[in-house]
Design a protein around this ligand. Structure first.
Ligand code: F0G
Length: 463
């Protein structure tokens, strides 16, 4: 029996009509998109779960804030409002707005990484991995082994493997490790949380070897909710206290604000030590790549919405509903025997496409197969988080074999209702019933050298 749906702590004031294509039209659309989900038109997707990034519904307060945005080039009041809010929540000395998460990575990473260096993370997100490589360094993932078994249910499946982390540092030499990155929640492992204890352990190792520690903070609020729910020590702590404690353990953060701060565009860099010489480098890179350091590539109105969203995103009632949506969808899949990265994480359900299509090898991209089937079945757009996304080895150019073959149903914040969630579950159930009839996956007919999944062309493999 599916669990009870947690009711929305808001009501709807503005609506966005949806287009409904026929199955035949959807088959045409996906073929025209060269079987790349990013090639589809947004309006041709009935339910768009490509990402939870920038697809959030803003509140009436945020829209009111948009009107109040101060567009001064330097020193806008909206900038100060954002800095005050971020300092209040994270307790950091310096806050730099940027236009999105990858801009934060582009500005910050080259100050720590260069040829010959490595960066270690519980798991790098794809753009984060790309920015490590673009800086000349090499990324190493170091998540706990439990994360690699989707059916293994345990708490804090996004944690860093602390023993392995220390082993890698000793093997490679601490002087060659430019950065350790804790991704909270661990997106690539299925939005799985990282515990406060794990953060403390990683922080202690970084201090021991004098390696800077960065939090990839895209989903820090969802992570804090899990810490409160599942970590005994924190069960009576306010969400804000958990966040402050987590962030006090790192030296800096890079953040895509398009997720947990419930806006459509934005990002931030934070530096704990407000006097750090690093800040001058950040400002210089920001001025070259993003814009003057008090707007960082954003409009004044974006800064204003972001400052408001920072508080809305850490509201506990909101977070209970948000995580409740995931738990509801996951419980419907449990009922149907559909495997996913379990227990369900914070921003979506990562269906185990390798389990659904055991007949399809990783180099025919089972995660992409399920994404295409979901689109054909119900106009639901999702994406592969597996070998198709991982791409080729930057040194040998060979297709990498990902640890997982997931199809990610990333749920935008405050956007879809229980009825939409039921459509997602029903579509997956219908596909599972005919999964054995699908004999082959897809081959890539064209791909760019980096971040290929956004642009590659594919074709179905025929008998
Ligand atoms: N870090 C993590 C953990 C992310 O999930 C993302 C983006 C980024 C960094 C980069 O941020 O998009 O603002 O430049 N994730 C999105 C996703 C795109 O769909 O998961 P960005």
């Amino acid at each position: 029996m599916a669990i009870k749906y947690v009711p929305e702590p808001f009501r709807i004031k503005v609506v966005e009509p949806l287009k409904m294509l026929t199955r035949q039209e959807r088959e045409q659309a996906i073929a025209q998109a060269k079987y790349n989900m990013f090639g589809l038109r947004g309006e041709d997707c009935y339910i768009d779960l490509l990402t939870d990034s920038g697809t959030n519904a803003m509140s009436e307060d945020q829209w009111a804030g948009i009107m109040k945005g101060d567009e001064a080039y330097a020193g806008a009041s909206s900038y100060y409002k954002l800095v005050d809010a971020a300092k209040d929540i994270f307790g950091y000395g310096y806050v730099q707005p940027v236009h999105q998460g990858r801009a934060a990575e582009k500005v910050l990473f080259p100050t720590f990484l260069s040829e010959g260096k490595i960066a270690i993370s519980n798991m790098f997100f794809d753009t984060t991995r790309a920015h490590v490589i673009l800086a000349g360094a090499r990324p190493i993932d170091c998540v706990i082994p439990e994360a690699k078994d989707p059916s293994h249910r345990c708490k804090f499946k996004g944690n860093m493997d602390v023993e392995k982390l220390e082993q890698i540092i000793l093997e490679k030499g601490a002087e060659n490790v430019g950065l350790v990155v804790m991704t909270i929640t661990n997106n690539s492992a299925g939005g799985q949380p990282v515990s406060l204890q794990n953060m403390r352990d990683v922080s202690a190792i970084c201090k021991k070897y004098n390696i800077p520690l960065d939090i990839d903070a895209a989903r820090y609020a969802e992570n804090a909710y899990f810490v409160k729910r599942d970590e005994e020590e924190c069960k009576d702590w306010p969400i804000k206290k958990i966040i402050k404690e987590m962030f006090s353990l790192a030296d800096m953060f890079t953040m895509s604000a398009k997720k947990d701060t419930i806006v459509n565009m934005g990002g931030m860099i934070g530096v704990k030590d407000g006097e750090s010489p690093l800040i001058l480098k950040i400002k210089a890179n920001c001025i070259s790549f993003e814009g003057f350091y008090t707007y960082g590539g954003l409009n004044g109105r974006d800064l204003e919405a972001l400052a408001i969203g920072l508080y809305e995103g850490i509201d506990e009632n909101y977070l209970r509903y948000r995580i409740g949506q995931m738990e509801y969808l996951a419980s419907r899949l449990d009922d149907a025997g559909i495997a996913y990265q379990a227990p369900v994480g914070g921003h979506g359900v990562f269906v185990d496409a390798a389990a659904m299509f055991p007949q399809i090898p990783y180099y025919e991209f089972p995660g992409q197969v399920l994404a295409i089937e979901l689109y054909k079945e119900a106009g639901i757009r999702t994406c592969d988080i597996g070998s198709y996304m991982l791409g080729n080895d930057p040194d040998t150019n060979e297709q990498l074999h990902a640890d997982f073959e997931f199809t990610r149903l990333a749920i935008p914040r405050r956007v879809y209702t229980q009825a939409h969630i039921d459509i997602m579950a029903d579509a997956l159930i219908a596909i599972k019933e005919r999964a054995h009839e699908i004999k082959h996956g897809y081959r890539i007919t064209w791909e760019p050298p980096i971040l290929r999944h956004f642009q590659a062309s594919l074709e179905p493999i025929e008998d």
